[in-house]
Design a protein around this ligand. Sequence first.
Ligand SMILES: Cc1ncc(COP(=O)(O)O)c(C=O)c1O
Length: 399
Amino acid sequence: MPPTISRLIQALEPSATLAMAAKARELKASGRTIYDFSVGEPDFNTPAHICEAAIAAMREGHTHYTASSGVIELRTAIANRYRQVHGLEYSPLQVIVSNGAKHSLHNAFTVLCDPGDEVIIPAPYWVSYAELVKLASGKPVIVPTSEAEDFKLTPARFKAAITPKTKVLLLCSPSNPTGSMYSKDELAALADIVIEHNLTVISDEIYERLVYGNHKFTSFATVRPGLVDRVITINGVSKAYAMTGWRIGWSLAPPNIAKAMDSLQSQETTNASSVSQYAALAAIEGPQNCVDEMLVEFAKRREYVQKRIASLPKLSTCEMGGAFYAFINIQAHLGRTYNGAAVNNSAEWCLQLLSQQGVATVQGSAFGAEGYIRMSFATSMANIQHGFDKIEAFLNSPA
Ligand SMILES: Cc1ncc(COP(=O)(O)O)c(C=O)c1O
């Protein structure tokens, strides 16, 4: 008999985005042309000056264990950035550097949740939140939002979801998967409820630097005085600096939470890669024009994506203020056959789009919103153009 898997892990949903990306890779390996809009990572390489800093760090002997919460230079640089950009006062000791923002989220849920503690997660949500909460023995409470509300949690829906067991509100702005963003006033209205009910907020701000047009990013901890005592802010270098493979993320947390996270990761992972930490330091302290250049390219793609969606029959999206995703309403295109294949939900739609036209997207049901698909536009303009031609052909395909 093979060893049995723990109940905790048996209950874990594998990541739908990674599953779709794996399927797309498989088809590519078999020789098919695939337009892959499934993964959420910049298609740019890490800027050269950051790579050079990593090489220099290796040569200088930064190849050993570091303090479990990160090297003090990086923690200080992160604290300085929040002071300069957001006017938030953090000691470097309140900054915990981890193996990517996903690890920071794991730390946050694990140090906060006792069994049964409820974490409110507005849907559509990034695929990992609910699973990370379950791993931390918390209880995800999914609260739906609507396209008409730009997929943002309203104070009324938030209040209605609060119970005596509620401990945490999870927010993600700009959002993966919808690209929608909360205004300062909208965040302040949620903050008032958070304060009234003595809740903690985990604010995932990983897309902070990818914001378009007139949209303005607001860090949740700034919207009311004293919020730094009840907010854990999550961020990292993966998306802004095209550094997904380096695995550096961080949390800014109240001192007791930061200390608990430090203990947790000292037992679980020791420290994030020493070389990557120095690369992240160069990213934060070095020239920022690389971020602006990537943003210009993403902005062009976003505009094109919006135009193509508007030009296709009965597709819609919300206002995409940030990040690099379009969350597309396909409800009018369900309940029919495509070249003989019956398609009744978003998973079937994505599967047929991939097998018939070679376009990889991710079903909305994986993000808690059936009737939608997520399309990442972190890929070349040529790919996006061809991909939309294929989507158009799919929509027009005979029954
Ligand atoms: C909303 C959100 N949070 C966190 C992460 C994790 O980022 P990292 O690569 O730093 O672990 C992602 C990555 O896709 C994300 O979309």
